[in-house]
Design a protein around this ligand. Structure first.
Ligand code: CP
Ligand code: NVA
Length: 308
């Protein structure tokens, strides 16, 4: 069974071929009329369940469209409408869904839910975000970087802000794709110790630099994300804003990165909190390419999982 649960647990060669296939499939689509099905229909006859226990725009639409472009069909399920939200176990839900569908994508809160789904499903399971990680996003981000600037290996990537789930998957990617990663943010919002230790053990330690200006020096890519994630309590908002204000990505901060540095944000963004509109809409920003590439990268992820 080939699940796609995390970047650090997926072999680097498989990750590389997914990125390359995503880029190739995107190119092939660009030569076809918008809305046309792909030349190849590897998911014909396949049914994909997309389960959301949290809100989503990009993940929901990109998976749905991607499956249809490849000839498959989807059903989008909200956790709260399922018996899952009313006491049925994850293991039983996984066993039942496996009798109907060929692939499951789930966005959930606890990582344990994802892992239990994968353990008991007899079809592949894809991680569409948990409180801890967001691997599909980072596949799209690596693809976006490489489309513009070639191999990401050896480049300097800087994350400014909260050491959250998206950062965790970026950290995993730094190990598998071989780029240098610097984190800049306040100590209370540091990345999980487990990820810092993993990076250390794998010989590619994450640099922590509290001064954002020093951090972005020589950066090829600057990345940030919301200061308050979906799993963070609303009551933490004011405190987090106070802690993170100095880590806003603005034109002044970008001026200390390499002149051709790219700016990324997984979106949704809070304009003029974690990033200014000037940077989001400026020439270094590739935020809408990232959003588009969710579609292409995830098509490759689904093909990888299904061996198609
Ligand atoms: N970046 C991302 O996962 O967006 P959604 O929450 O809209 O799916
Ligand atoms: N860190 C954000 C990412 C949203 C795509 C969250 O978990 O809410």
């Amino acid at each position: 069974m080939t699940h796609f649960l995390d970047i650090h647990t997926t072999p680097p060669e498989a990750l590389r071929s997914m990125i390359d296939q995503g880029i190739a499939m995107k190119r092939a689509r660009k030569s076809r009329p918008k809305g046309a099905p792909d030349d190849e229909q590897p998911l014909a006859g396949h049914m994909v369940a997309l389960i959301f226990e949290k809100p989503s725009t990009r993940t929901r639409v990109s998976f749905d469209v991607g499956v249809r472009q490849m000839g498959g069909q989807t059903m989008v399920l909200s956790g709260s409408d399922m018996q899952l939200g009313h006491g049925e176990t994850i293991a039983d839900t996984a066993r039942v869904l496996s009798r109907y569908v060929d692939l499951i994508m789930i966005r959930t809160f606890e990582e344990e839910t994802l892992l239990e789904m994968a353990e008991y499903a007899s079809v592949p399971v894809i991680n569409g975000l948990t409180n801890r990680t967001h691997p599909c996003q980072i596949m799209a981000d690596v693809m976006t970087f490489e489309e513009r600037h070639g191999p990401i290996a050896g480049k300097k990537v800087v994350w400014s802000g909260d050491g959250n789930n998206v950062f965790a998957s970026l950290a995993h990617a730094s190990l598998q794709f071989g780029f240098d990663l610097t984190f800049t943010g306040p100590p209370p919002l540091d990345p999980e110790r487990a990820w810092l230790d993993l990076a250390q053990e794998r010989g590619r330690p994450i640099t922590i630099e509290r001064d954002p200006v020093k951090a972005v020096h020589g950066a090829d890519l600057v990345v940030t994300d919301t200061w308050v994630s979906m799993h963070d309590p609303e009551s933490a908002k004011e405190r987090r804003h106070n802690q993170l204000r100095g880590y806003q990505v603005n034109e002044e901060l970008m001026s200390h990165a390499n002149p051709d540095a790219l700016f990324m944000h997984c979106l949704p963004a809070h304009r003029n909190d974690e990033v200014t509109s000037a940077v989001m809409d400026g020439p270094q920003s590739v935020i809408f390419d990232e959003a588009e590439n969710r579609l292409h990268a995830q098509k490759a992820v689904m093909r990888h999982c299904l061996g198609l």
